[in-house]
Ligand binder design. Structure first.
Ligand code: HEC
Length: 272
């Protein structure tokens, strides 16, 4: 075993004491007692690190200690941050365009027709419209708009013997020929309740959704574009009141496929 020189023992004692927070001032002189008077100097030296260890905290430590901690009630707010982030992302996504074209208006409006014509257009108190039936009667949308606007009785009163296609497959349709009951007038000027835009909507619904016309087909694509697509200028103008069934023919003469007269009084079918 090697002897550890006393002054080293004293020094380490003093260090330990100062590290554990004890005042080295008390222990160092005590430890120094058995030593020679010369050990007063090492004792002083042992005292020297003391001010270093208890030196005032540097500014940044002080700042950290005195800084306010996050208050507990703020935690709930912080916890909701991810939720907020998710909502924010949803909110900044461009809103999906609501399609409010003729077909969507027509689907709603058809509720007032379904009682007589059936939810799927199979017929009942009113004629069947589905499986192409209504398209056979009205190859041209203008004639159908005019008929729905005015209803059967106005045709009878006007002395019009046949509505729709006179060469209809299965025989032309005469007013009051189905079960003796009339198709009630729908247009406002004819005594009904629907605006012209609503009538166009419901007629588009009956032709494309119920009747089965294919908007992409050679036969119907022009009609669909002009009258029933969500971008239909005619529909928009009817909704805005800048055209009417009586003036469509003139107002939209610039269209490649010119619309024929619709009219708010009963009229014979357009020749095809
Ligand atoms: C009160 C019952 C009733 C209601 C409601 C009704 N219809 Fe009719 N509809 C009839 C009858 C009856 C006929 C046959 C008319 C005739 O023989 O003169 C008919 C005929 C039709 C025709 C001609 C079909 C063809 O091939 O000849 C169309 C188109 C039509 N209705 C559309 C509509 C639309 C659109 C609505 C709703 C806005 C509607 N109907 C509401 C009873 C009704």
């Amino acid at each position: 075993m090697t002897e550890i020189p006393e002054h080293l023992l004293n020094r380490s004692k003093a260090r330990r004491a100062s590290a554990s927070g004890e005042s080295a001032g008390d222990s160092a002189p005590a430890a120094a007692t058995p030593a020679t008077t010369a050990s007063a100097a090492p004792a002083k030296a042992a005292e020297a690190p003391k001010p270093k260890t208890v030196a005032p905290d540097p500014v940044y430590v002080k700042a950290a200690k005195s800084r306010h901690k996050i208050p507990f009630w703020a935690m709930s707010g912080l916890a909701l941050l991810p939720v907020w982030a998710a909502l924010y992302l949803v909110a900044i996504k461009p809103a999906e365009k609501v399609v409010a074209g003729p077909l969507s208006i027509g689907a709603t409006q058809y509720a007032s027709c379904a009682g007589c014509h059936g939810a799927d257009g199979a017929g009942g108190a009113g004629r069947p419209l589905y499986q192409g039936e209504v398209l056979k009667t009205f190859p041209r949308i203008e004639d159908m708009l005019n008929f729905v606007y005015n209803g059967s009785q106005k045709y009878v009163a006007a002395g019009i013997k046949v509505y729709g296609n006179p060469n209809r497959e299965g025989g032309a349709h005469a007013p009051l020929s189905y079960n003796g009951n009339p198709m009630p007038m729908q247009g406002e000027k004819a005594g009904g309740a629907l605006t012209e835009a609503q009538i166009l909507g419901v007629v588009c619904h009956e032709r494309y959704t119920i009747g089965g016309a294919d908007p992409a087909s050679e036969e119907y694509k022009d009609e669909y574009e002009a009258w029933c697509s969500p971008d239909s200028e005619i529909f928009k103008a009817l909704e805005a009141g800048s055209t009417s069934f009586d003036t469509i023919e003139k107002d939209f003469a610039m269209l490649a496929v010119k619309p024929g007269v619709v009219g708010t009084t009963p009229r014979a079918s357009l020749s095809k």
